[in-house]
Ligand binder design. Structure first.
Ligand code: SF4
Length: 180
């Protein structure tokens, strides 16, 4: 189960192309300047099952998928199950926005979700580093990380447009924009 605040279909602001964006409830980072503090409550929204969310995602044959919030990494087990099901049934790529850094996530229980994500937009929003011209993120500390390549290389590899590897080859605000 995942606590969901909102689902926006065919959005173009949470990653490249048309996407189904799932906004979850709950974030503990409390970044000053956060665009979406109403998403911080962990008891917000409503619980939805993986099957319900999968159906919404798969009903759109063209849109890719974004997990956002709140912070999906606080509900990593549920999102990992959903991501695994999406990749088992489609070629859709999955972007995930989080206030945690990649370096934290690879050593934590949340790695389970990380391993099923194609691109991670990581790190807290830092108001002093806010730049409205940044692509898909709010402050310059945040990175667009190609997760399969990073796991394979053993260090962070930044995402380049058109450079997605399927996650199964890896070893192992607009509405959000994390603060902008
Ligand atoms: S900017 Fe993102 S990570 Fe930071 S408090 Fe807001 S929702 Fe959480």
């Amino acid at each position: 189960m995942i606590r969901v605040l909102n689902i926006i279909e065919d959005t173009m602001v949470d990653g490249p192309g048309f996407r189904t964006s799932i906004y979850c409830a709950g974030c503990g980072h409390r970044c000053p300047g956060c665009h979406n503090p109403q998403s911080w409550a962990f008891d917000g929204g409503r619980e939805m099952s993986t099957a319900e969310l999968l159906k919404i995602v798969m009903d759109d044959p063209f849109a890719n998928v974004t997990f956002s919030g709140g912070d999906p990494m606080y509900q990593a087990a549920g999102f990992a199950e959903l991501a695994q099901a999406i990749h088992a049934q489609s070629q859709k790529d999955i972007w995930c926005f989080t206030g945690f850094t990649y370096e934290t996530l690879i050593h934590d229980d949340q790695r389970e979700l990380l391993e099923h994500v194609d691109v991670l937009v990581d790190g807290p929003f830092i108001r002093a580093l806010h730049d409205p011209d940044l692509l898909f993120r709010g402050s310059s500390n945040q990175r667009l990380i190609d997760v399969p390549r990073s796991l394979y290389a053993g260090h962070v590899v930044l995402w380049q447009p058109g450079n997605i590897l399927p996650t199964d080859v890896s070893p192992c605000l607009s509405p959000h924009l994390h603060g902008s």
